[in-house]
Design a protein around this ligand. Structure first.
Ligand code: GAF
Length: 403
């Protein structure tokens, strides 16, 4: 743990004591992520390569006996005090309907309890009662998985305290169900897998069909490289709008091709696919099929140490162009961030996460990071966009107990 995360854990613990007048049983942390490459491939049963970032959610938790879940945010994100929920009623409830009664961030916490309740035999431990203080350094709405970080921190804490005995892979599914069926966002397993399974210094290569993963070395500092996050400040949410429509288009494409998922279509089959479907559906299919291949190419590059940074950068930029031109989930601020970073010397850059805003990543030489950041900030000012946040991230550890 670094100094910042020690401070965050101590702050969460102290806030818990002030709020609930007692010491928590422990503090658990789970990181946000950037996705190096493999966008929207997860729900198409394809490949992804995310890594955990140092920014994380932390939860201080105490198990009680009164059957009530009390949750308070250290930053009081939505301006609410402690939210109280009857746990026995929560776990027996119809997910999305109950979620609608809760303020934004509390949905992710309650959703994990609800989701555990759908598959746990140990309901007694789950419904005993819990007091939780939530804190997070993951920027909200920036495409860095602030919601998955919160779900995963709660999941590892409750699994520990109630002795539920889940392994990490199954916790991924518990958190995904919270997101899909409680919060109502039709997402895949990318974000929760990155938060729960990542290792420091590595990317996580995950096959989303088999759920088999392996760490891939991402020795950036040793190669004189940095990955910059460019938070465009264009906020997004996946509960509504574009994300679901894209998912639907991919499913339609797979149906037309008669395959279980777009994972089953190879780059060489795209010519035939184009002839049998509407142009816009084909464009979505093309992104997914070529993106799966790019993930495999990036993994091959990274596993051939020392890796070719210029070739890696080119694959990242191709991924962005594919989203911009074929998948239709970019936005002008994102395109400007990517184009400016590359023009200022980045090896490559791309939007990371679901899209329609959020963040880009740029692979840069460490000694050129300041120049790239300055160029992006300048370009945003000249275009009249809100100032972006630009900061480096290192591949970090996955969810863990911190005290
Ligand atoms: C969001 C979703 F939550 C992920 O499941 C994934 O689909 C991603 O967008 C796009 O790759 O982060």
């Amino acid at each position: 743990m670094n100094e910042q995360s020690n401070r965050q854990a101590a702050g969460t613990q102290q806030h818990f004591a002030e709020r609930f007048g007692a010491h928590p049983d422990g503090v658990w942390a789970a990181p946000g992520r950037v996705n190096l490459i493999g966008e929207h491939t997860d729900y198409n049963e394809g490949f992804v390569l995310p890594f955990a970032i140092p920014h994380h959610a932390s939860v201080a938790v105490r198990r009680t006996v009164d059957g009530i879940l009390r949750v308070a945010g250290r930053q009081d994100v939505a301006g609410h005090g402690a939210v109280e929920v009857d746990l026995a009623r929560l776990v027996a409830a119809d997910g999305v309907r109950v979620a609608a009664e809760l303020p934004g961030w509390a949905r992710y916490v309650a959703g994990v309890f609800w989701s555990f309740g759908q598959s746990s035999r140990e309901i007694g431990g789950l419904t005993a009662g819990y007091e939780i203080v939530v804190d997070s350094s993951v920027p909200i709405g920036a495409g860095l998985s602030s919601s998955a970080a919160l779900e995963c921190a709660v999941a590892v804490a409750v699994d520990d305290l109630a002795n539920l005995g889940y392994n990490r892979r199954d916790l991924v599914l518990v958190c995904q169900r919270a997101e899909n069926e409680f919060v109502g966002a039709p997402t895949g397993i990318l974000d929760q897998s990155a938060s729960l399974l990542s290792e420091a210094g590595h990317g996580l290569f995950l096959d989303c069909r088999t759920r088999v993963s392996r760490p891939v070395p991402l020795a950036l500092a040793e190669a004189g490289l940095q990955i910059l996050v460019i938070d465009t400040k264009v906020s997004h949410a996946h509960e509504s709008g574009g994300y679901g429509q894209l998912r639907q288009a991919c499913e339609t494409g797979a149906q037309i091709l008669g395959v279980p998922a777009l994972r089953d279509v190879g780059v060489g089959e795209l010519g035939d696919a184009e002839a049998v479907m509407p142009g816009q559906i084909f464009a979505r299919v093309k992104h997914i099929v070529t993106e799966n291949q790019r993930v495999l190419d990036v993994v091959a590059l990274l596993e051939a140490e020392p890796f070719d940074a210029a070739a890696l950068g080119e694959l990242l930029t191709s991924s962005h162009v594919s989203m911009r031109d074929d998948f239709g989930n970019s936005c002008p601020e994102m395109d400007l961030a990517v184009e400016t970073a590359v023009a200022a010397g980045a090896h490559g850059a791309r939007m990371t996460g679901g899209g329609f805003g959020g963040s880009a990543i740029a692979l840069v030489k460490a000694n050129e990071a300041d120049a790239v950041r300055d160029a992006v900030v300048r370009a945003f000012a000249e275009a009249g966009h809100a100032a972006p946040d630009v900061f480096p991230v290192l591949p970090s550890a996955g969810a863990r107990r911190v005290s």
